[in-house]
Design a binder for this molecule. Structure first.
Ligand code: ADP
Ligand code: MG
Length: 239
């Protein structure tokens, strides 16, 4: 039994070390992103004052893209950790999250039994909209289902696009990973959508996994336990 406790303790120490390391990196990412916003705002202003005969369109597009990227970095680095859990209607939240995707794809939302649950609403909405936007980025038809098998809520987001080969599923979740950029150069993103979606699901005690959809493209499945208050297991110790 002593051996087991020793092993548990060293695992906890290792986990805490990894956490601190990750914290430092996200803090740096947040700092850099934040600092870059000021000169970028200045650049935008200068552009607005450019002579009339000068075509500022492409430069403006670049600046917009950079702003979107910085927003993405910042949102990722900050997380929505501080947000308080509140009771929400999962269907309503999903519909809101999918509204941008609905505007540019054929979107169907299928809901079984209505489900109310305690979640961090902004974080979860961002996570679901990341999945919905990915589907709309890669496919024309998008299907979202909300079901409630015993003990959990399951949201699946599917599309009829090219999908992802199974051997790349885990790569797709890595921060800043973008698979085969030549395939969809018109799609702008920074490779954080799936990272954030999985992070958020895990913070709610669930997970996001990928698979193949009957529609032909990708199926992303987000599972969320209905009872997020779960036993802690081994007591937390700092080293
Ligand atoms: N629905 C999808 N169909 C096909 N490929 C996808 C889909 N969703 C994500 N991907 C691939 O996974 C990569 C990572 O996705 P994501 O983390 O959302 O980053 P981003 O969308 O910013 O590139 C994308 O660049 C894309 O190659
Ligand atoms: Mg994305």
């Amino acid at each position: 039994a002593i051996e087991v406790r020793k092993a548990a303790r060293s695992l906890i120490r290792m986990r805490n070390r990894i956490r601190r390391y990750a914290d430092q990196r996200t803090a740096m990412l947040a700092g850099v992103s934040h600092d870059l916003r000021t000169p970028l705002a200045r650049l935008k202003l200068e552009l607005a004052l450019a002579p009339k005969d000068y075509d500022t369109g492409p430069a403006k597009k670049d600046i917009d893209e950079m702003e979107r990227m910085l927003d993405g970095y910042l949102a990722f680095a900050r997380g929505e950790e501080g947000e308080q859990p509140v009771q929400v209607d999962l269907e309503a939240l999903t519909r809101e999250a999918a509204s941008a995707a609905a505007a540019r794809s054929r979107l169907d939302i299928l809901v079984g039994t209505p489900v109310q649950m305690r979640v961090r609403p902004l974080a979860l909405k961002r996570a679901i909209s990341n999945l919905a936007n990915n589907a709309a980025d890669h496919g024309k038809a998008v299907r979202i289902t909300v079901t409630t098998p015993p003990g959990e809520a399951v949201i699946t987001v599917e599309d009829d696009g090219p999908g992802i080969p199974a051997e790349y599923y885990e790569d797709a979740f890595r921060p800043f990973s973008r698979l085969d950029p030549s395939r969809n150069q018109n799609v702008s993103g920074v490779g954080l959508g799936l990272t954030i979606a999985r992070d958020t699901a895990r913070a709610h005690g669930g997970d996001v996994t990928l698979g193949k959809s009957e529609l032909g493209g990708l199926r992303a499945t987000m599972r969320l336990p209905l009872d997020a208050e779960r036993p802690k297991g081994i007591k937390d110790e700092d080293d």
